[in-house]
Design a protein around this ligand. Structure first.
Ligand code: G6P
Length: 490
């Protein structure tokens, strides 16, 4: 807030994302609020609260239409309203083409190395264009002046920056791509690759989590567009304007407000063990994610299988609690993964378990932040073995909840978080024996070593928190605005 006041006075901050931060659902005649399972939302929400911005998103809840005024605007969070949520309504047809189709059947598998083939349909891309245009119209409607700061979020809106630029040439548009960017060879598969790049280069700044994804993006532009690339202060000049390309590693809020006022770790452990019928001397591993094929959930179960074969003395003593929030359930790839997980766990538990002991507990339902916090605090080990991930905030959340300085994090080398959380046990998720070895090492890790590692990781998350993430983008934006003002004055 201070930074905005000093560096960007009078700037209006507008956030645009597909997912809304609070879904209003109608349950038994009452409006119930649900915070979606989305790393994007957990990161952006505290930032938008702090700068009292306007957040434009798709309004998907069953009660949305009942809770908004005529302008489709609502103040959130409901208990301490701090910013305006402007909902954009999408028809089933629009959602199908833009969200399920081009964004999630096309761009999502294109950008993640998970060996799921992207599906590109011309009709989906047309709808994606139309929906991006619809959001551009809403941004223009919400802008109070010619120079708002627009924070465009993620792969749902690759075309939006250019569309906004055409209508608001002086806007500062910061686009953050929350998922990896593939190498130029992979990117070339996309039939509309030039359009995607042209759309994104309407931004003043494009951010990725890590330098590697910035490099991949720059290489893609170099290969497919006529542009000038500056490698020193990395930027791309195209169609007469310049876009900065920078890494901004996303994070979570610190202090982690959502996790405060929760019972101590020992009490969480007692509650979780009682809830799932675990004996006191058992060991608990936890995984927390959306049921998504990029998260490596099946691979981790297979690693556990190998681990039990090699270390049979752990059978009966170790339980893996996997929260797998339902996600994108209308898409075939997600339905198939869900079925595979259910079948795998069923067979696994028959093989290693009995009436009283289920080695894998698969919770394929939504859990709120409090429930998730209890699981983090109760666990001996948290396993984040994604096949590919831009950052992965579960890893940072786990660390943030462990104020007892205990617990071991096993982290995929293919998650952006592995560049920062060097005290995790870093693994290749494709290598079940490496994951098994990390499990054994974690289970045997002395409390002192856990404390040292956890302290260092907590320090990283504390200092590289989400305000720093937003702050560095806004500082770069201020720098750009000043440079442009000086240029205009000459
Ligand atoms: C990833 C994406 C977010 C998205 C989240 C949940 O983290 O980067 O943009 O919100 O997944 O997916 P969903 O499709 O449910 O919004």
């Amino acid at each position: 807030r201070q930074l905005l006041a000093s560096e960007l006075p009078d700037a209006q901050v507008i956030v645009v994302s597909n997912r809304e931060p609070y879904i209003h659902n109608l349950v038994d005649g009452k409006v119930k609020l649900l915070v979606p399972a989305s790393g994007l939302v957990s990161a952006l929400e505290p930032v938008t609260r702090t700068c009292s911005g306007t957040w434009i998103a798709y309004g998907g809840g069953s009660a949305d239409r009942l809770t908004v005024d005529d302008n489709d605007r609502v103040q959130v969070p409901p208990d301490r309203p701090s910013y305006m949520l402007r909902r954009v309504w999408l028809s089933d047809e629009e959602l199908q083409g833009y969200y399920c189709g081009f964004a999630n059947d096309g761009l999502w598998p294109l950008c993640h190395i998970a060996f799921t083939r992207p599906i590109f349909r011309a009709s989906d891309f047309e709808m994606y264009q139309a929906v991006n245009q619809k959001f551009a119209d809403v941004v223009v409607e919400e802008a109070r002046n010619e120079r708002p700061i627009v924070l465009v979020q993620d792969y749902h809106f690759a075309l939006l920056p250019r569309m906004i630029r055409q209508r608001l040439p002086d806007a500062t548009i910061i686009t953050f791509w929350h998922i990896p960017w593939p190498n130029s060879e992979v990117f070339s598969i996309c039939p509309w690759r030039e359009k995607i790049l042209d759309g994104l280069l309407g931004s003043s700044i494009i951010g990725f989590h890590i330098q590697f994804h910035c490099n991949n993006f720059t290489e893609s532009v170099d290969r497919f567009l006529e542009s000038r690339i500056e490698r020193e202060d990395p930027s791309i000049t195209y169609r007469g304007s310049t876009t900065l390309v920078h890494p901004y590693p996303i994070s979570i809020e610190w202090p982690p407000v959502g996790f405060q006022n929760q019972p101590k770790a020992s009490e969480c452990r007692r509650q979780i063990f009682e809830k799932y019928g675990l004996a006191e001397d058992m060991w608990l591993c936890a995984g927390v994610e959306r049921l998504d094929y990029t998260k490596g959930i099946l691979d981790r179960f297979m690693a556990l299988d190998q681990f039990f074969q090699k270390n049979p003395d752990w059978v009966g003593r170790l339980v893996f609690l996997q929260i797998a929030a339902p996600s994108r359930g209308t898409l075939a790839a997600y339905q198939q993964l869900h079925r595979q997980c259910l079948d795998y766990v069923d067979e696994f538990n028959r093989r290693y378990g009995n009436d009283r002991y289920k080695p894998i507990i698969l919770l394929d339902e939504y859990h709120n932040q409090e429930d998730i916090c209890r699981v983090y605090r109760a666990a001996d080990i948290c396993v984040v073995s994604s096949l590919h991930d831009g950052m992965n905030l579960v890893a940072k959340e786990f660390v943030a909840t462990r104020d007892d300085e205990q617990g071991v994090l096993i982290l995929s080398t293919f998650a952006g978080a592995s560049r920062e959380l060097l005290d995790a046990l870093i693994v290749n998720p494709y290598d079940p024996s490496a994951v098994g070895e990390a499990l054994l090492r974690g289970l045997n890790m002395p409390a002192e070593e856990q404390r040292d590692r956890m302290r260092r990781m907590r320090e990283v998350v504390r200092s590289n928190n989400v305000y720093r993430w937003a702050g560095s983008m806004l500082l770069d934006a201020a720098r750009l605005r000043k440079r442009n003002e000086a240029y205009e004055a000459t």
